[in-house]
Design a protein around this ligand. Structure first.
Ligand code: DX5
Ligand code: ZN
Length: 220
């Protein structure tokens, strides 16, 4: 999945924010059958971002029915306070925002100490330099290509220099670390994402034929 001569397929993580919440279990099974690799779960608190979504009890229920890893994207203030709830609920990947963490290193240790993958992310206005000190310690860096809060927004091309910088730093310092891109990813914008390993997609997957959309994102 790394940049280089051999091109292998990317992981696709449909964001359930764009799914039919009344049929969440069935939606997850459908995207799994259509070739999804992870299930992206957007957790918003109405404080760090202007939207409220779901919390740990929903993750706990999804864990019982999902055969795919649950990729939990925390868009909440005080992640340290709620972290254990998401670990106990069964998250397989937990990503927190650098802007919200009092002690990022401690959060990373707590996540990894629970035997799951730790990710760090940043809002579009935050400089990529803010996350670079943690590259050796995390399993994943999530690059936001929309302002966090809502699905269905337009991809921000101006974030692409950050992707270049992340790719080169990660290749040098922690080649096992994945780069995930989240926001406005679709058949058009995926053309700019050859350096990413994991693609989150909400609207594009759930508003189209799931298999067609996932195949397109994987480049097959
Ligand atoms: C935005 C979320 C995204 C969003 C992606 O705050 O983090 O995961 O649901 O949705 P699309 O792909 O529609 O931009
Ligand atoms: Zn997300």
């Amino acid at each position: 999945m790394k940049s280089g001569v051999l091109v292998s397929k990317k992981l696709v993580a449909p964001s359930i924010l764009s799914a039919d919440f009344a049929r969440l279990g069935a939606e997850i099974e459908s995207v799994a059958k259509a070739g999804a690799d992870w299930i992206h779960v957007d957790v918003m608190d109405g404080h760090f971002v202007d939207n409220l979504t779901i919390g740990a009890p929903v993750v706990k229920s999804l864990k019982k029915i999902s055969r795919l890893p649950l990729d939990v994207h925390l868009m909440i203030s005080n992640p340290e306070k709620y972290l254990n709830d998401f670990i106990t609920a069964g998250a397989d990947v937990i990503t927190f925002h650098i802007e919200t963490a009092q002690n990022p290193e401690e959060l990373i240790q707590r996540i990894k100490g629970a035997g799951i993958k730790a990710g760090i992310t940043l809002r579009p206005k935050t400089a990529v330099e803010e996350v670079l000190p943690f590259i050796e310690k995390v399993d994943l860096v999530l690059l936001m290509t929309v302002e966090p809060g809502f699905s269905g927004q337009s991809f921000m091309m101006d974030q692409m220099p950050k992707l270049d910088r992340l790719r080169s730093e990660i290749d040098k310092r922690n080649p096992n670390c994945l780069i995930e891109v989240d926001g406005g990813v679709n058949a058009e914008t995926v053309k700019y994402l050859s350096q990413a390993d994991v693609l989150v997609s909400g609207n594009y997957v759930f508003k189209n034929d799931y298999k067609m959309a996932i195949d397109q994102l994987k480049g097959s």
